[in-house]
Write a protein that binds this ligand. Structure first.
Ligand SMILES: Cc1cc2nc3c(=O)[nH]c(=O)nc-3n(C[C@H](O)[C@H](O)[C@H](O)COP(=O)(O)OP(=O)(O)OC[C@H]3O[C@@H](n4cnc5c(N)ncnc54)[C@H](O)[C@@H]3O)c2cc1C
Length: 299
């Protein structure tokens, strides 16, 4: 361990030179020089000050389910909250969950407690922080429907901000414009519901995902945003790209808005395939397809 790692280790568990492919659902990426898991808010505050003093870049990671990391090493610090910030509690129909908590675990606990509202999220392989950042959604619902306020760290201070300041719309939020802000916890307002009915709905959604998504292969979910008037999959289907492959990256046969890591794909394979699809769709339909998956650590 080098000096920086030793310093970070005063406040968190630290790992060095960790393959990003082990931290992303797509299983692609170079290595991160430092990965740290702060144990509490005091430790997080100290770590952020240390990183600032050292002039290092940093990046929050949830479950890495929406990240396309380059094949290069990241000479900075990846911060993960999923080891120590994964608590949640209920008070009536209010749910407060820390950012590192799995949204799948949380949706299941809500169901057991007869709380309805997170059924849509019960199959998203993500953290609460990542879903609040992305305004993740499915089946015409999204996080912004249930979020009441978000506890953040910005400019060296912890504070609650109301949902009205989160600038939520389709898969976007203020957090995407403010990459220095860290989401620490989220407060949600759910509704009282019948646990059996909630379980049935979640089960139906699970079956739908199983039958329509390539969950047996590494992916990052839907690659492209749906343009306003037409779903992205129709355009990709229209250019004849079902099953199309570049290197180890392949348009899923099962769901054409998924690109799967079929066989040791690298980041260039994935991005080349994305670019080809964007060009063909533009030529054929005049539509710009925008990536939903976020590129990280590209020069
Ligand atoms: C099989 C599969 C199915 C999927 N289905 C859906 C779906 O139905 N609907 C949907 O919307 N998405 C879906 N996704 C995409 C993905 O799960 C979501 O975008 C999710 O919100 C990403 O969360 P994450 O915790 O993995 O975040 P990551 O991918 O790790 O990070 C995403 C962004 O959030 C930021 N971030 C994460 N945590 C914090 C924090 N605490 N503070 C500040 N910033 C933070 C990161 O820096 C990064 O910019 C799917 C993905 C897969 C692989």
């Amino acid at each position: 361990m080098d000096q920086m790692a030793n310093e970070l280790a005063q406040f968190s568990q630290v790992e060095t030179w960790v393959p990003l492919k082990n931290m992303t659902t797509l299983r692609i990426g170079g290595r991160a020089h430092y990965v740290c898991y702060p144990e509490n808010t005091v430790a997080l505050d100290s770590i952020m000050k240390m990183i600032e003093k050292a002039g290092l870049p940093y990046k929050m990671f949830g479950k890495g389910s929406n990240l396309l990391c380059s094949d290069d090493d990241f000479e900075g610090v990846v911060i993960r909250l999923d080891r120590h910030f994964n608590d949640f509690y209920f008070k009536g129909t209010t749910v407060i969950a820390q950012a590192g908590c799995s949204i799948i675990v949380l949706a299941n606990e809500c169901m057991k407690n007869g709380l309805s509202g997170l059924e849509f999220a019960s199959g998203i392989p993500a953290t609460v922080g990542g879903t609040a950042y992305m305004n993740a959604g499915a089946y015409k619902s999204s996080m912004s429907d249930v979020i009441d306020s978000v506890f953040i760290y910005r400019n060296g201070r912890f504070e609650w901000i109301p949902v009205s300041e989160c600038e939520y719309s389709y898969r976007t939020s203020v957090f995407q414009k403010q990459p220095d802000w860290i989401i620490i916890a989220v407060r949600m307002q759910l509704k009282q519901g019948d646990p059996d009915e909630i379980r049935d709905l979640m089960e139906r959604r699970r079956e739908r995902r199983m039958s329509s998504q390539p969950l047996d292969k590494p992916s990052c979910g839907s690659v492209f945003h749906n343009p306003e008037n037409v779903p992205a999959w129709k355009l990709i289907e229209g250019i004849g790209y079902r099953g199309h492959r570049v290197g180890g990256a392949k348009v899923s046969e099962k769901h054409v808005n998924f690109i799967v890591n079929e066989d040791h794909a690298n980041a260039e394979d994935f991005l080349s395939l994305v670019t080809e699809i964007q060009q063909k769709v533009k030529e054929q339909y005049g539509v710009d397809l925008h990536m939903e998956v976020e590129k990280f650590n590209w020069r």
